[in-house]
Design a protein around this ligand. Structure first.
Ligand code: HEC
Length: 208
């Protein structure tokens, strides 16, 4: 062994035998690796700007979305089509980051007991959805989706919708003052069923 390799061996050995030094260096490597991947995304317009033509949810759609969250639909349905052939053939164009800028909180989900819903907007009629949500097995005999018959009987709470939209506006949804002022009146007397369907019908329809 010549002098040089002994020296190299020594510094490597001192890292491997010193737990704290090893931990600090691992954290440094992981942090740098993570930052290099994540930070550029903050500056990429396609990641942070809405896609062309994307509209914030209307008053009724906002309430429908809240019901979607309340009923836990995300436990069985994702809203995130991956750029894989099998997915795009089944569901349609893959999801883009700019489609979700008004989604707070996002509903990407992580489990697919049922199909992905990101491109379900416009796929079925309102009537189909009403029957399906009231009694899924009337339309899809092998379905294991729960029935949600109470949605058709309950009216939406029109008194709080304006505040919901106000909060979304502070987070970047471009609502006009007129839209906010009209929100309560727009949804008054509508059923929860109508609200959920209004939401489902706009999912993923803006992607060209
Ligand atoms: C226990 C899991 C489960 C839950 C919870 C659930 N679903 Fe489903 N859903 C399914 C399954 C399975 C299917 C496929 C069979 C069918 O169409 O009924 C489905 C199908 C659908 C479809 C048709 C999708 C398509 O492309 O054909 C829609 C729309 C839908 N669900 C909406 C909802 C909504 C809204 C909620 C919440 C109110 C919900 N689901 C809750 C399991 C679930």
């Amino acid at each position: 062994m010549n002098e040089n390799s002994t020296k190299q061996g020594f510094s490597h050995q001192s890292i491997e035998t010193n737990n704290w030094l090893m931990i600090a260096l691992i954290l440094l490597v992981v942090a740098v690796g993570g930052l290099v991947e994540i930070v550029p995304l903050f500056f990429q317009r396609s990641m942070t700007e809405p896609i062309e033509g994307l509209k914030p949810y209307s008053a009724l759609q906002v309430l429908g979305r809240n019901i979607y969250v309340r009923e836990g639909c995300y436990n069985c349905h994702s809203q995130m089509i991956r750029p894989l052939k099998a997915e795009t053939l089944r569901y349609g164009p893959y999801s883009m980051a700019g489609e979700f800028v008004y989604d707070r909180p996002f509903q990407w989900g992580s489990k697919r007991t049922g199909p992905d819903l990101h491109r379900v907007g416009g796929r079925y009629s309102d009537e189909w959805h009403t029957i399906h949500l009231t009694s899924p097995r009337d339309l899809v005999p092998e379905s294991n989706m729960p029935a949600y018959p109470w949605l058709a009987k309950a009216l939406v709470d029109h008194t709080t919708v304006r505040e919901h939209m106000q909060v979304l506006k502070t987070l970047g949804a471009p609502y006009s003052n007129e839209e906010l002022a009209a929100a309560a009146e727009d949804v008054k007397g509508k059923t929860e069923m109508q609200a959920v369907i209004a939401y489902l019908q706009v999912l993923g329809i803006n992607r060209k």
